[in-house]
Design a binder for this molecule. Structure first.
Ligand code: PLP
Length: 456
């Protein structure tokens, strides 16, 4: 198959800049520099149009959990496209792949999360959640319970609803967000915002902001709290241990629904199938996407508890759905992905071997002169770049510049490591081996060294 494969890189870049609008990209910078064109991938390695190999420390966008190049998934898509490439799930219709995937998700998801509503990705799934929790309370005779509490610097996607739930100031600044009846509390980011408190004190204090906000809004007006078990796009922010138990207590005490956005943490990222298991929380709804198909097909899903589903089921038509809700090819590919994750025990093996290995090596990076805190939860990790470790200081001028430079050094050294401001983050495919982790670290350290010498 040839899709412009014979064109030289410069021509591809020129066509790309002329016609392709990129997400989260400065268009002028893109036109000046040209996009990096990725042409193939296998395992944890990408190759660009110049034939350069790059270790993908981000599993694409936190999604290629089983690694690139698994033919079984291509075969599943091929077979399903031949049998039934599309049919919808509206108006009481269904098909075998969506039925099988729903059964599998009910089996894998914790507790009584047994009911699945599909979307094409995480943003759409969160939009579903927004409408669903309000409809849930209205159906129960409490239409005023519609405010959703979320967190600053949380990320829940890019649609109007999901970006409103998110707490990214840069996103709210564009397009008049957030929409009404969504409020935000502070994030549990101890290294950056903890001041003189111990991490334990700070975790409790930040959790209790939820309680304070519930009082401010009025408990009878609050529908739900939404949060990522570990904030991903916010910079891999791992909450202190005291945080989640207190959040769970507050949600229980005030009868508000807990939505765990597991778009990143789902399907093994934190060393268990779901981040909710890692943190021992009992969400009413889990948002999933990304690792559900390991990124091979666009698919997202809201997984609901028995109670939530029962109320929705008895509330008449839920006037919501997407053309591609439960797309048969996406479902078939997701099922095959889950089969591989389960049968090859990819999550269990990572938990027993590569997660402890990466945890130890990542912690050692704290000795680097440019590095402040290092944190990880399973195979998602973050570190803060700092001019002064002891003071937990941030770079005074142009936040993000040093992080950006470090990311560029990583690129040059054959490693995808992302920057969020002046935090560097990784989330490699779950199948990464010890040798590949060694390579990742060699390239990361070299890039940190080069970033540091560039500052002198
Ligand atoms: N929720 C979380 C926690 C995410 O990290 C993301 C994407 O990064 C989303 C939702 C949005 O998912 P999508 O980009 O598939 O719409």
């Amino acid at each position: 198959m040839t899709i412009l494969h014979n064109l030289p890189t410069q021509d591809l870049q020129a066509l790309d800049a002329a016609h392709h609008m990129h997400p989260f990209t400065d268009g002028a910078e893109l036109a000046a520099k040209g996009a990096r064109v990725i042409t193939r991938a296998k395992g944890v390695m990408l190759q660009d149009s110049e034939g350069v190999d790059i270790l993908d420390g981000m599993a694409g966008l936190w999604c290629v959990n089983i690694g690139y190049g698994r033919e079984e998934l291509a075969n599943a898509a091929h077979a399903q496209m031949q049998q039934l490439p599309y049919y919808n799930t509206f108006f009481q219709t269904s098909h075998p792949p969506v039925i099988a995937l729903s059964q599998k998700l009910a089996e894998l998801a914790p507790g009584d999360l047994n009911h699945v509503f599909y979307a094409s990705g995480g943003s759409e799934a969160n939009d579903t959640n927004l409408r669903l929790v309000r409809h849930y309370w209205a159906t129960k005779g409490k239409p005023d319970k519609k405010v959703i509490i979320a967190r600053k610097n949380g990320y829940h996607g890019s649609t109007v609803g999901a970006a409103s739930l998110g707490g990214m100031s840069g996103m709210h600044a564009q397009g008049g967000l957030p929409i009404p009846d969504i409020v935000h509390i502070d994030q549990p980011y101890w290294w950056g915002e903890g001041g003189d408190m111990s991490p334990e004190e700070f975790g409790l204090a930040r959790a209790r902001q939820l309680e304070a906000m519930i009082h401010e809004v009025g408990p009878d007006n609050v529908a739900a709290f939404i949060a990522e078990p570990v904030q991903g796009a916010g910079g891999v922010i791992v909450a202190p241990d005291t945080y989640w138990p207190e959040i769970q207590r507050i949600c229980d005490d005030y009868d508000i629904l807990l939505i765990a956005d597991e778009v990143i943490t789902g399907f093994g990222r934190t060393g268990n199938w779901f981040g909710s298991q890692t943190y021992d929380i009992r969400p009413d709804i889990i948002t999933t996407a990304k690792g559900l198909s390991s990124g091979y097909m666009p698919i997202g899903a809201s997984i609901l508890s028995d109670e939530v589903a029962q109320v929705i089921d008895h509330g008449g038509d839920f006037n919501h759905g997407y053309t591609y809700s439960g797309h048969p090819v996406a479902c078939a590919v997701a099922l095959e992905n889950l089969r591989i994750l389960q049968e090859e025990q990819i999550i269990e093996k990572a938990a027993a071997d590569t997660i402890p290995y990466l945890t130890e090596k990542w912690a050692q990076l704290a000795d680097h002169p440019l590095v402040g805190e290092t944190v990880n939860k399973g195979l998602m990790a973050g570190l803060a770049l700092t001019p002064d470790k002891a003071a937990r200081a941030k770079f005074a001028s142009d936040p993000g510049t040093v992080g950006f430079r470090c990311r560029e050094r990583c690129f040059a050294n054959g490693l995808i490591m992302r920057h969020v401001g002046d935090r560097m983050i990784i989330a490699p495919p779950l199948i990464i081996s010890r040798d590949e982790i060694d390579t990742l670290f060699e390239r990361a350290v070299q890039s940190l060294d080069e970033t540091l010498s560039g500052l002198k």
